[in-house]
Ligand binder design. Structure first.
Ligand SMILES: Cc1cc2nc3c(=O)[nH]c(=O)nc-3n(C[C@H](O)[C@H](O)[C@H](O)COP(=O)(O)O)c2cc1C
Length: 171
């Protein structure tokens, strides 16, 4: 798909079919994710690919019982690697860049998934500590976003956006 079409037609999907995600598609999505820019090219993030059903269920409970996380065949958990960024950029790396690195990687993955005909929803509402325990993250990693991945079992309507003039200032 052309980029503009992906950007304008992608929608958050919160109902997934049980159809598995093909390994080749997942590999291509992860490869696109790995081309995302990052501060100092440090790529101060890590991603967990969660296929295990029990872990997906636990993640959905950690995400305020958002059940669609358990229904999606794959959940990607993006974590900021604060220590990696802090090593070069100190507090700004720890507080800002690591989080930005993880979220732009998630954005690339989300758009790549749409290009593969797969559905996602960016999930930011979760209990950090619970997610931390489920994925067994080492110290210094902070989960910042989860991305359930699968085939859509619904066709969500168009979502509205603020008018450009409300949010863009030309100076
Ligand atoms: C930072 C962030 C956090 C979000 N957290 C959640 C979430 O926890 N649960 C959910 O269902 N959707 C979540 N969303 C998805 C938004 O609700 C969705 O993108 C927005 O309503 C626009 O709809 P669209 O993606 O279909 O265009 C999140 C999106 C972002 C960017």
């Amino acid at each position: 798909m052309e980029f503009r079409e992906i950007a304008s037609t992608r929608r958050s999907v919160r109902s997934f079919s049980s159809q598995p995600v093909e390994e080749e598609k997942l590999s291509r999505i992860l490869a696109v994710m790995n081309s995302a820019p990052s501060a100092g090219n440090l790529q101060a993030f890590e991603v967990c690919v969660v296929r295990d059903a029990a872990r997906r269920k636990a993640l959905s409970e950690a995400a305020l019982s958002q059940g669609f996380l358990a229904a999606a065949p794959v959940v990607l958990v993006f974590c900021a690697n604060k220590i990696r960024s802090a090593t070069r950029y100190g507090e700004r790396g720890e507080e800002l860049y690591a989080c930005q690195d993880a979220t732009i990687a998630c954005t690339y993955a989300m758009l790549a998934a749409a290009d593969e005909g797969l559905a996602t929803t960016w999930v930011g509402a979760f209990d950090d500590d619970a997610v931390y325990r489920i994925i067994g993250s080492p110290e210094g990693l902070r989960p910042v976003a989860m991305l359930p991945l699968g085939y859509a079992a619904e066709n969500p309507g168009v979502t509205s956006r603020r008018r450009l003039l409300e949010l863009v200032r030309f100076l």
